[in-house]
Design a protein around this ligand. Structure first.
Ligand code: GH3
Ligand code: MG
Ligand code: MG
Length: 324
């Protein structure tokens, strides 16, 4: 163990140091409370053997300071006192000491304290390791609970959480954000023809294409089955339509063969809606995007439609692809 001895009496210091070193422990000495406290802050010690009365920070105060940081690694504290007053000894133990040694110090007494110290510090280290492992596992579980296994995108649970946070923020800051809802075209036919495993792979690649066309601040989620949703913070409906068009085009460029699709490759249809005065809730915003998506489907698929209510400038709509 790494042992710190704090005692203003040079003879005691030397005696303690000799005993501790003979027992095979690393040993550092300090002649007053202030320097002991400095050392304790800059380095971890498994054991502190400290005099009760010293110049500077005295023993009881050292205990209190060490114990005021419960997150730190554990230091086993033994107070050395000439006092036979039980009340005083109890007060020091109350301040955080684990044990005490009465002066004059005997080697055997030091040895028994260090045996107990080794056991207790080992237990504390174990608890600390278990806690760290648990915290890590917990973080992994949280991440997993928010991730869609197939595509690696955020799942619907995360989407709903993020959207309600974004909504509250944008209401406060009078900002804006848009959502794009994508649905893979003729995907049932894809599965029927190529099989479910190939369908999964096509969904993965479609998700990657959409994610790859996102700006850093846009977030793609798997909304459900073969539907994806992207949130786009800032910008108006027109900007969101352009972004959606870029994503739609990226999926088409992925060129996943689809013999029964309208374009012989896998395509997506999209509906875009921007958060604004038009919608009273998140549900209304998503419904608007869904209706716009439905319009894209009805108009022939593989296209982007903006929700009615706040139409973007017409050139943007005119630029979207058509598919009779
Ligand atoms: P539309 O162009 O109108 O959207 O036609 P569609 O065939 O894509 O629509 P429909 O809703 O009838 O079919 C969706 C299909 O998506 C049916 C379902 O089996 C498939 N699907 C949903 N989730 C998954 C998945 O995780 N993996 C695979 N392989 N298929 C999925
Ligand atoms: Mg669908
Ligand atoms: Mg579909």
């Amino acid at each position: 163990m790494n042992v710190l001895i704090a005692d203003d009496d040079a003879t005691n210091r030397l005696l303690l140091k000799r005993i501790v070193a003979r027992l095979g422990h690393a040993c550092t000495v300090s002649s007053d409370g202030d320097s002991a406290w400095e050392m304790l802050q800059s380095q971890h010690f498994d054991v502190l053997l400290t005099d009760w009365m010293m110049p500077g920070v005295e023993g009881t105060e050292l205990c209190r300071r060490l114990r005021s940081d419960p997150a730190g690694a554990y230091t086993y504290i033994v107070i050395i006192t000439s006092l036979s007053d039980h009340e005083q000894v109890l007060a020091v133990m109350d301040a955080g000491a684990d044990d005490y040694l009465a002066k004059p110090v005997e080697p055997f007494q030091v040895e028994t304290r260090l045996v107990a110290a080794a056991r207790v510090t080992h237990l504390h280290r174990q608890i600390r390791e278990y806690r760290e492992r648990l915290e890590l596992a917990n973080l992994e579980l949280i991440a997993e609970s928010r991730t869609d296994v197939l595509t690696g995108l955020g799942n619907r649970r995360l989407m709903e959480r993020d959207l309600s946070v974004a909504l509250a923020r944008d209401r406060r800051q009078h900002g804006s954000f848009s959502v794009v809802l994508f649905d893979v075209d003729r995907f049932k036919a894809y599965n029927d023809h190529y099989g479910h495993a190939a369908g999964d792979e096509a969904l993965r690649r479609t998700a990657q294409a959409i994610a790859g066309a996102c700006r850093r601040e846009d977030i793609p989620y798997r909304y459900g089955g073969e539907e994806f949703l992207v949130t786009l913070p800032g910008g108006d409906l027109g900007a969101a339509v352009s972004a959606a068009e870029r994503m739609r085009s990226a999926v088409q460029s992925e060129a996943i063969p689809h013999a029964y699709g309208n374009h012989s490759v896998v395509t997506v249809s999209a509906g875009v809606a921007s958060w604004g005065a038009d919608y009273a809730s998140l549900i209304e915003l998503l419904e608007a995007a869904d209706q716009a998506l439905y319009a894209s489907k009805s108009a022939g698929r593989n296209r982007v439609t903006a929700a009615e209510g706040a139409l973007p400038p017409s050139p943007l709509l005119a630029r979207t692809s058509s598919d009779p």
